[in-house]
Design a protein. Structure first.
Length: 605
């Protein structure tokens, strides 16, 4: 973590060293504006206006980009600040402008104006603007009495010494202690205390006069009250206060009264929303105006550096807490409309999935079958004589579908008919001769011939292949096989009843446990996608039928309504109503089942 902090420290030290090398005020102001612009996002222009304190005239002393005139909107913003003596922000034609008064105590020294490319001002830009004022207040041109370049160098070197003293320590608290102790010596302070925001209040983190202040409860509470008083009002507080001040300084007065010092100065500093702190300076005797000004300038820079050092050395858990706190502030604080809309969308989505219910249905491929499947086979060995119908045609009960060749059967019938007549004549002749034995033999032969005639007649009747009921022919076409020999029992036609079908649903093995007899479902056929047919589950078979790499179970259903255009073999999609469930449960069911199987496969539980 310390390796990350070192490049940051080095870059800032180089920036301060560049300022040290500037000799004239104009060059210093230009370098100062350039340094501010480098640390702000979206800056389009900047102007620094200075003049004699509270009197004027005030005039631009530097601009950024260098020597470029400022826009009329920025000029008007600076003029308003000079009149109102308070910071303002405004938006003109989609661009944001910010103007901040340059003040030492209650003396108006000038104004810093900044124009941005966008309509919003980042929090970091505000922070850097106020941070930069501390650098500016250390320059001789802003002092009540003009000082030479040596004094400026001395002040900047003091700031650099403080930063380096903190950099030499590894732990944040040790760095705080070193910087505060060094600053107390340089500024002649009895005590300098550092506090940072923890939760909703500023808490004491370090004290120049004591490494361990845990036992000094009264002093700790008094210092924290003074720091919170300054951060709550968002401005520096000095006691003894000016007679014209409107700020509340009760906590500062109590601090001095209870702990024996003559003067106290508290300067708050900010990095970003939710991360701020304060430095409290205490003197045994009232400090000079130069000392107070130097303390203000140091607080803006040193306080920020120390706070950044603390944040940089946070543990993983601390970084997570900081990120979480910042995210919550952006969600529930001002601005960041996009995040708020996104959170609102997630909340509405969560409410929808919590209360929205729907019908859970098992979906599967389905088809139509006739409730009866009749096969008409050849009654005897023969030949196809005629064919009148074929597969796909609808026939009524008793319709002749085809006929077999009956010529041999007719000859057989005539042969046995003639033999019967002959046996009858022989019987009568034997009876006339009173030959009872011969008559009985002839009678038996006549009866045998009659039986053969009956058989031939029955076979002749069966040469006509007749539909046993009104049906649709699902298989069989003899029109191309006229004269072809057929054997007894060979299938000639397959029939299914008209308007009497059942639904056969091929349910996946992952859904079969949800299907029970008596459940209602709906069927949509590919032939009639605009029409829905209702059915009830009548049979769930326990035997699976593999196909397409999956196991499916046969589920039969009874249709409530039929269509004349229905035909066996039509395919479609069936949905079986199971029960009502939350929509999120329905939509994620397959994914949850898959994850459970994978967990069992790879983890074993």
């Amino acid at each position: 973590m310390s390796s990350t902090v070192q490049p940051l420290k080095a870059s800032r030290q180089q920036a301060w060293l560049r300022l040290l090398q500037e000799e004239s005020e104009a060059v210093f102001y230009a370098a100062w504006l350039s340094l501010l612009a480098d640390n702000m996002d979206g800056v389009a222009e900047m102007a620094l206006v200075l003049g004699p304190a509270n009197q004027g005239p005030f005039a631009p002393v530097a601009s950024w980009p260098h020597k470029s005139p400022c826009s009329e909107a920025l000029q008007q913003s600076c003029e308003q600040v000079l009149e109102m003596r308070r910071p303002i922000t405004r938006s003109v034609e989609g661009r944001a402008f910010m103007a901040i008064p340059v003040q030492r105590g209650y003396d108006m020294l000038g104004v810093l104006g900044i124009g941005f490319e966008q309509s919003q001002i980042a929090e970091s830009a505000r922070t850097w603007a106020y941070l930069g004022l501390g650098w500016l207040l250390a320059h001789p041109s802003t002092q009540p009495r003009q000082e030479g370049g040596g004094e400026l160098n001395e002040r900047l070197l003091l700031l650099l010494d403080l930063m380096l003293s903190g950099h030499a320590e590894e732990k944040p608290r040790e760095a705080f202690q070193a910087v505060l102790s060094e600053a107390a010596i340089k500024l002649g302070c009895d005590r300098i205390s550092l506090g940072t925001l923890k939760g909703k209040r500023v808490r004491l983190q370090a004290m120049s006069s004591a490494a361990d202040f845990a036992k000094k409860i009264d002093l700790t509470l008094a210092l924290e009250a003074a720091m919170n008083e300054a951060t709550d009002q968002g401005s520096r507080l000095m006691v003894p206060a000016d007679a014209e001040t409107l700020a509340t300084v009760r906590a500062h007065e109590a601090l001095l009264r209870d702990h024996g010092n003559e003067a106290a100065l508290t300067v708050p500093f900010f990095i970003e929303s939710g991360h701020c702190g304060a430095l409290c300076f205490e003197w045994v005797e009232a400090p000079s105006t130069d000392t107070v000004g130097l303390a203000e300038g140091l607080a803006a820079v040193v306080g920020r550096v120390l706070l950044e050092r603390e944040l940089a050395d946070l543990s993983t858990w601390g970084m997570l807490r900081r990120s979480g706190s910042r995210a919550l502030h952006r969600l529930f604080g001002p601005r960041y409309l996009g995040r708020k809309l996104l959170l609102s969308g997630f909340l509405l989505l969560a409410l929808f999935f919590t209360f929205a219910h729907g019908q859970f249905r098992v979906s599967a491929e389905a088809g139509l079958e006739g409730t009866v499947h009749r096969t008409i086979s050849a009654p005897f060995d023969g030949f196809v004589a005629e064919s009148f119908y074929r597969a796909g045609q609808v026939v009524d009960e008793g319709t002749v579908l085809a006929s077999l060749d009956d010529r041999d059967l007719r000859l057989e019938y005539l042969r046995w008919s003639s033999q019967r007549a002959q046996f009858e004549r022989e019987m009568r002749s034997a009876q006339g001769r009173r030959d009872s034995a011969g008559a009985q033999v002839a009678e038996a032969q006549m009866r045998q011939a009659e039986a053969q005639m009956d058989m031939a007649r029955i076979l002749l009747e069966r040469t006509a292949i007749v539909a046993p009921f009104a049906a649709v022919i699902t298989a069989g076409d003899l029109s191309q096989d006229l004269g072809r020999p057929v054997q007894r029992g060979a299938s000639l036609f397959e029939l299914a009843p008209v308007a009497d079908y059942r639904v056969v649903v091929e349910v996946d093995e992952g859904d079969i446990a949800e299907v029970l007899e008596g459940q209602r479902g709906s069927l949509v056929l590919k032939a009639f996608p605009e029409q829905k047919f209702t059915f009830d589950v009548s049979l769930v078979t326990p035997v699976s039928e593999p196909g397409d790499g999956k196991n499916r179970f046969r589920v039969e259903g009874r249709l409530y309504e039929h269509s004349e255009a229905m035909r066996p073999g039509m395919r479609g999609v069936a949905k079986i109503d199971v029960r009502r469930e939350r929509l999120i449960w329905i939509w994620t069911r397959d994914m949850r089942h898959w994850l459970r199987l994978q967990r069992w496969r790879w983890l074993g539980f």
